[in-house]
Design a protein around this ligand. Sequence first.
Ligand code: FES
Length: 66
Amino acid sequence: MARVVIHKEKGPMEIKVGKETKAICMCGLSKNKPFCDGSHNQTLDEQEGKIYKYDNNGKRTEVKNF
Ligand code: FES
């Protein structure tokens, strides 16, 4: 079974765990979920109003008919 999940965030959410700060992936692209691995940098030049798809290698394509 497969599903499409849309993520709109372009960066992590920081949470406190004891005295440590952890960055939780909110963009959906991290290969180290639930933690941010910096992959969100790929989203920084996305254009408003467009939808993109990323493959497992980080290659981005625009979704035209969604
Ligand atoms: S927020 Fe997803 S990799 Fe950083």
